[in-house]
Design a protein around this ligand. Sequence first.
Ligand code: FCB
Length: 478
Amino acid sequence: MTTSLQHALPSVARSDFNNDFLWGTATSAYQIEGAASLDGRVESIWDRFCSMPGVIRDGSNGAVSCDHYHHWPEDLDIASSLGSNAYRFSISWPRIFSGPDAEPNAEGLAFYSRLVDGMLARGLQPWATLYHWDLPQYLQDQGGWNSRDTVHAFVRFADVVSRHLGDRVKHWITHNEPWCTAMLGHADGIHAPGIKDFKMAIQVCHHVLLSHGLATPVIRANVPDSRIGLALNLHPISAATDKAEDQTAADLYDGLRNRWYLDPLYGRGYPTDVWNALADLAPAVKAGDMAAIAVSTDFLGVNFYFPERIEHAPGVSALNLRLVDAGDVERTAFGWEVAPAGMTTLLKRIQDDYAPAAIYITENGATYDDVLDAQGEIQDVQRRDYLIRHLAAIKEAIRLGCQVRGYFLWSLLDNFEWAEGCSRRFGIIHVDFVTQRRTLKLSGKWYRDFLAGRVLPAAPDVNTAGAAGVVKGEYLSA
Ligand code: FCB
């Protein structure tokens, strides 16, 4: 359900942020590259998963998607024409290693080398994510992330890629959203590899965090002036009611959703309340693992999408709780609640509880049912307003003392949105998946004007006006 409630638009302008604030967009390899069997790329768990009937909403896959593998110069041209100064992308592991003992694939490395050179030539600081969910299928066949061998394979992958690109790539994100790798892939089974085993998911999570911890010093040794972190999807959690049992359930869920990742990364080990509640579902942890996971990082990547509400529900899940629908709230086409104030709350909480060296918003964005109008344009007023309101939420978080240093909008391009297939468009660039034609949406034009300083600060708050979607007062069109 998409709702379009009238809302006051806050005032936000680029000049509200420091001059060295990074402004970017984000993508990931499997979602945009296509070229699934070119230049030595082997099968990933997502290629395999998409071939299973009924798992992808529209039956699509990432075999072609935006064909960024061939269209990357055009895509980077648009990213740079927006005036952004950074770009987050991911490296496809199956392009780099074709088997457990294989030598690195020169063609795969050459592709990313060209891509990185293309970013630098356009003034885009490269931010490379090593793992954005596309595990080589041959590793899955040997146990995938449930096996410690995959941890060591990841460290080798990180070593090879950082050696190869480290002269030009200084910003590294080891993992994107370990929660999704673990829980969506191994508990809910709605993402690759499609396993439904909660105990395994908890073990997978440990191995993913461990691989972050072991890869970080390797990257740092290869790239001494690097900045390394990982990207977590974090959520503000609240209790559905003020009943004590719901509050306890919400705290526990916050532990599983947020603290299970943040606590060990910041040296506190796994949170005891969750560990005890998990009982025999808790992961096998070897001596030295927790110290490895607590390796110091240079930043925390925060992917923010929506808040969650929890109630106590005995017997419903391993932790006796369940998610409660938010009811009549504003939502994106995905059904995700639009809650910019929740972003401020979340950032403040992260700052207060963990004080990361720096915070980067590594993803934030929205899907709406875009339509091409008679002129072939996309007037995605809702996505633009989503952007305005979330940037204002970050501005407020910074005012409250949060060390937020950059923003990567999800996403540069409409792309293959995992289990939702190509049916959910998150881009500020519309992609026609048949002709591969790119069209900058209204939201992208707004981001461009914002970055160019054509959106003025300190104007009165106003409402979105009419179908043309012009925000009057604070927004000066070019
Ligand atoms: C995040 C993923 C990203 C994209 C957005 C919408 O969880 O990291 O790849 O799917 O959601």
